[in-house]
Design a protein around this ligand. Structure first.
Ligand code: G3P
Ligand code: MG
Length: 253
């Protein structure tokens, strides 16, 4: 199993952009991660009705953007005018839903590593995997001369269909399989998908499974680790990286 050249983890990864410090999946979140010295961010990508990828976690409006509606049925030109910041407080009123292309450009220029989580709305797994991979590859290929070095981006998804479609579209991009709990047949599945890494919920990971994943040569990142003592415990199991909401607690490490 070859790890894709040019790809490796930073130790600490900001979850959904800026964790608890900023509205999730916004450029304000990316700026918060940068300000706290993070070398990597994770964020979620979903397709708008016109097939344009945007940063979004939930398929339905209501939690991070006001109103009612489905992201997959709303054109990107409408989504980018919605307020994705107000739910997080007055300081973020007017923070827009970012286009993935804009967020990727900003992060790459800033030298910040991207874990692009492909987050398809139900029923859109294959197209979301394909389009997200295409946009990621294009953004990475277009980084400008003089851009600070960052490791190559990593795609991940809970959807095997999305990862297969990403692999078919852009096989050169590194991919990670996301599970809440790593299944017993994890090795066969990551081999079959051509993944380089496993991402999982740290609360459902045990030391023998972590050690087996590392012994087999795969990367291993856990979400969402918000306590430094827990991070140290799972690092001792061989976990490579943690994804955290508590940017403040892990800043500068
Ligand atoms: O990619 C790790 C983590 O973000 C997965 O959970 O729901 O926050 O996207 P979620
Ligand atoms: Mg995510």
């Amino acid at each position: 199993m070859a790890i894709v050249p040019g790809w490796h983890y930073p130790r600490y990864v900001a979850h959904r952009g800026g964790g608890v410090l900023a509205p999730e999946n916004t450029l304000a979140g990316m700026r918060a991660a940068q300000a706290h010295g993070y070398a990597g961010v994770e964020f979620d990508v979903m397709l708008a009705a016109d097939g344009v990828p945007v940063l979004m976690h939930d398929p339905e409006f209501g939690r991070t953007i006001a109103g009612r509606g489905a992201v997959a049925l709303t054109p990107s030109e409408v989504l980018v005018r919605l307020d994705a910041g107000a739910w997080k407080g007055e300081a973020f009123v007017g923070e827009p839903v970012p286009l993935f292309a804009d967020a990727a450009y900003w992060l790459i220029q800033a030298g910040i590593w991207m874990n692009v989580e492909i987050k398809p709305a139900p029923g859109y797994e294959i197209v979301t995997g394909r389009v997200t991979a295409e946009y990621t590859a294009r953004a990475w290929a277009r980084r400008e001369p003089g851009t600070p070095a960052s490791p190559a981006p990593l795609l991940s998804s809970f959807s095997e269909d999305a990862l297969r479609a990403a692999a078919a579209a852009r096989p050169e991009l590194a991919r990670a399989m996301l599970w809440q709990r790593v299944p017993a047949d994890w090795l066969a599945r990551v081999r079959d998908l051509g993944c380089v890494a496993v991402h999982c919920d740290h609360r459902r990971l045990d030391a023998p499974t972590a050690r087996a994943i590392k012994a087999a040569g795969y990367g291993l990142m856990c979400y969402t680790v918000n306590e430094p003592a827990r991070a140290q415990e799972i690092f001792a199991w061989g976990v490579d990286a943690i994804c955290t909401d508590r940017l403040d607690l892990f800043a500068g490490r």
